[in-house]
Design a protein around this ligand. Structure first.
Ligand code: NAI
Ligand code: MG
Length: 493
């Protein structure tokens, strides 16, 4: 199959029904390398006709053919094979991911390692999805069967391209669903590489289809399609709301992992060095293009000035550089659009608060979407830079008086994805944990993400949970079966 992934002219095809096929219109779109602003590939653009073709292939594979007959063991083996392939090809996948997204290669290697782990985890879980016997009357046996939800549409973003795809593909395969994956238009390449190994891993045709295109012309028709049973989406809150509205027409199951404006809270008694590092790491990792970025840094007044100074000093030592340089700690942001968007927030921030460090484009690059790690301080929590998700290397530092004040400010946001609290006082740390309205709360750290543990948002940060056993639940239906044991059950006539 590998020979056919691209046309003679080098354009990446779409993967539908187990084959590399051309799209219906013949149009393609460019894929950029954000460090050089140059085109690194071209990919066929799917529109609603291609979506329909991919969905029908997934529907057929779900309703008939070999897939429904595969056992949980078979699905586990497929996931283990995919994991092994990802591990074997890690250097190549990481390189493409780094060049295409802009993230430093060291981080890209971590992402791809995590992709393999996700496939392994759900390979293990595939054989551990039991049903239940329900405690009903003595004259009956009542069972709850867990069954795959059907055809799933998976729509993912560009900040962790293959990793976000794997968070959805792996549990959906484990559950026995079939699916259509639509990667982000900025970063389609690693998902296509993965698709080229599906046959070798033993996935029957049509079980996983991969098409590429833009949100409006490819994502939206996937959400509208009546043969799709479920949509799993990661991306902006705005698009999450649009998906929810559109999915209402066919009452699809919808899970959403959306934006955030996560508080990272520092009390005066916290370990100083770890705190300064944790504040920077929490917001600047992956150029700040992280749904759980600790973009609101709440600092107790007693240490506030010193903390801002220490952060600013250390931020100056963060090495920006090309993705393939192993010393780079931050690369360029993903695209011209995202660069412009972050720049516009830098301009807004300068009217709303003071700049402790950064604030613009680093002088040493004449090309590439690089942005300095920027720290705004004396920020009021009502400022736009404290309320709106920027999704770039921009921190806002906000002072607080005491524990109650910290909790109030932390929760004063429409979002509720993540939060962190730093303190040596365990009574206080746990009190704060209980008061925070967020789906993930760290104590004395920020950002570790565990394959085995639930991930998802409160409030406008999402619906449903990914990872761990929670992840597979979102791809299952429950069927109640009532088996009568009484030979004269009705007794009515
Ligand atoms: P987006 O939410 O528009 O795109 C994410 C995915 O959704 C892409 O695959 C896109 O093609 C698809 N999509 C877009 N419109 C759609 C529609 N109407 N129907 C179905 N699918 C659709 O995010 P975008 O425009 O790339 O970034 C804008 C902002 O969104 C960022 O600045 C950031 O604030 C936020 N974002 C949040 C992410 C997260 O992980 N929570 C990831 C990416 C972006
Ligand atoms: Mg968008």
């Amino acid at each position: 199959m590998s020979g056919n992934i691209r046309t003679a002219a080098g354009v990446y095809r779409q993967f539908i029904d187990g084959e590399w096929v051309d799209n219906q219109t013949g149009t393609s779109f460019p894929v950029y390398e954000p460090a050089t602003e140059e085109v690194m590939a071209r990919v066929m653009e799917a529109d609603s006709a291609d979506v329909d073709r991919a969905v029908r292939a997934a529907r057929r594979a779900f309703d008939s053919g070999p897939w429904p007959l595969k056992t949980p063991q078979d699905r586990a083996q497929i996931l283990f094979k995919l994991a092994a392939k990802v591990r074997a090809e890690l250097p190549k996948l990481a390189e493409i991911e780094a060049l295409n997204s802009g993230k430093p290669i060291v981080e890209a290697e971590g992402d791809i390692g995590a992709v393999a782990e996700i496939f392994e985890y759900y390979g293990g879980l595939a054989t551990k999805i039991p049903g239940m016997v329900n405690p009903v009357s003595a004259n009956a046996l009542s069972l709850s069967l867990r069954e795959p939800v059907g055809v799933a549409g998976l729509i993912v973003p560009w900040n962790y391209p293959l990793l976000m795809a794997s968070w959805k593909l792996a549990p959906a395969i484990a559950a026995g669903c079939t699916m259509v994956l639509k990667p982000a238009e900025q970063t389609p390449l690693t998902a296509l590489m993965l698709a080229d190994w599906f046959e070798e891993a033993g996935l029957p045709p049509g079980v996983v289809n991969v098409i590429n295109g833009y949100g409006e012309s490819c994502g939206a028709p996937l959400v509208e399609h009546p043969m799709v049973d479920k949509i799993a989406f990661t991306g902006s809150t705005e698009v999450g709301k649009a998906i929810t509205r559109s999915a209402a027409d066919t009452l699809k199951r919808v899970t959403l992992e959306l934006g955030g404006k996560s508080p990272n809270i520092f009390f005066a008694d916290a370990d100083w060095e770890a705190s300064v590092d944790g504040a920077l790491f929490g917001v600047f990792i992956n150029q700040g293009e992280v749904c759980s970025a600790g973009s609101r840094i709440l600092v107790e007044k007693k240490i506030y000035s010193r903390f801002v100074e220490a952060m600013a000093e250390k931020a100056k030592t963060i090495k920006l550089g090309p993705p393939m340089d192993r010393a780079s700690k931050m690369g360029p942001v993903v695209s011209k659009d995202q660069y412009d968007r972050v720049q516009s927030y830098l301009a807004i921030g300068k009217t709303e608060a003071k700049v402790a460090s950064g604030g613009g484009r680093p002088k040493e690059f004449d090309k590439g979407y690089y942005i300095e790690p920027t720290i705004f301080y004396d920020v009021d929590n009502s400022a736009r830079i404290a309320r709106e998700e920027i999704f770039g290397p921009v921190a806002t530092v906000i002072a607080f008086e005491d524990e109650g004040d910290a909790i109030r400010i932390a929760n004063d946001t429409p979002y509720g994805l993540a939060a962190a609290v730093w303190s040596r006082d365990i009574y206080r740390a746990f009190r704060v944990v209980k008061s925070l309205r967020a789906g993930i709360v760290w104590v004395n750290h920020m950002q570790p993400t565990c394959t085995e543990a639930p991930w998802g948002g409160y409030k406008q940060s999402g619906v449903g949970r990914e990872l761990g056993p929670w992840g597979v639940e979102e791809y299952l239906e429950t069927k109640q079966v009532y088996i009568n044991l009484d030979e004269k059950p009705i007794g009515w006539y």
